[in-house]
Design a protein around this ligand. Sequence first.
Ligand code: COA
Length: 334
Amino acid sequence: MKIPCYICGLGSYVPSHSVTNGDMEKLVQTSDEWIVSRTGIRERHFLAEGEQVSDAGAAAARAALEDARLSPDAVTHVFVATCTPEYLSPSTACVIAGKLGLPSSSGRGAAVMCLDFNAACTGFVYGLELARSVLQGSPEAVVLLIAAEALSRRMNFADRSTCVLFGDAAGAVALRSCPEGGLWEVRDVTCASDGSLCELIKIGGGTARSVAEGDVLGPDFFISMQGQAVFRHAVRSMTEESQHILERNGLGVDDVELFIPHQANLRIIQAVGERLGLEPAKVFVNLANYGNTSAATLPLAMCDARKEGVLRPGMKVLLTSFGGGMTWGSVLLT
Ligand SMILES: CC(C)(COP(=O)(O)OP(=O)(O)OC[C@H]1O[C@@H](n2cnc3c(N)ncnc32)[C@H](O)[C@@H]1OP(=O)(O)O)[C@@H](O)C(=O)NCCC(=O)NCCS
């Protein structure tokens, strides 16, 4: 029997420290005009010194649980999509669970499964598929899916073509199998990847290179990207994956009430919208205020769209994303 999966709460967190294009002009040789015309980004937010990706993730998680009217004690699984974890170990999921007060004093929290996973900017899509699988096996589970990123901590300010693109943020959803309190059903998810393209976007700091105390950090410690190849792949993969998920659910593009794509670049979003034949009014865009916050863009965009009143419970929503790996995928919410 197919067990349904409902999003029953939604939350996000954006650090208060805003960095405008004007601020970027003081750090690298760039201009507001170049950044806006090539990307649509006007501002991004960076974690404050001492503020960690787990703080952002915990804040988004608390907001999602409050929205779902659930106590942290109810949570059975904490999944964190991130390509900028706080440590190689422990997992950011464990750190966030600790900040949420799990395990709880009742001891029930000791049964919580905490897991980080990395599908880069496609993390939220992959996470919804993970949540669906967990609920299929354990219908009583309460899954907290958090997408949290601290990209500012791996930005290379000597590389002007990448450092202007990214920002920090977190988004979270609470997922259950029971329809009461459900905002949307996660009707279908597709996840794809092509590891032969793994060189196109990289973030260093892992074990690929041995380091000794006192070593000077090289460019391989930071984000590096082949921008134009990524751009082409992004347009093709998000368009095809969106068509694929609609087709396999017997839907046409006119059935989509709101399209929320990964917020990486306005030109990519517009190209995908046009290829799909979507009216621009159905395409949600909020990247001007945040830049590309990797896995966090989709739940953050969902929160903003809901606040603006364009995303309402039960609407047919198409989400799509792409990212390093390369990874990509789509989600159909109803
Ligand atoms: C990164 C990106 C904006 C660059 O735009 P582009 O039109 O491809 O620009 P190019 O890399 O060809 O560079 C064009 C010129 O702008 C310059 N340039 C690059 N970054 C610049 C900046 N921040 N400010 C000013 N000039 C810049 C380049 O040096 C180059 O100058 P030149 O012609 O004198 O050599 C674009 O490739 C892109 O958005 N790619 C997808 C990236 C993405 O979405 N990644 C996220 C993955 S999840």
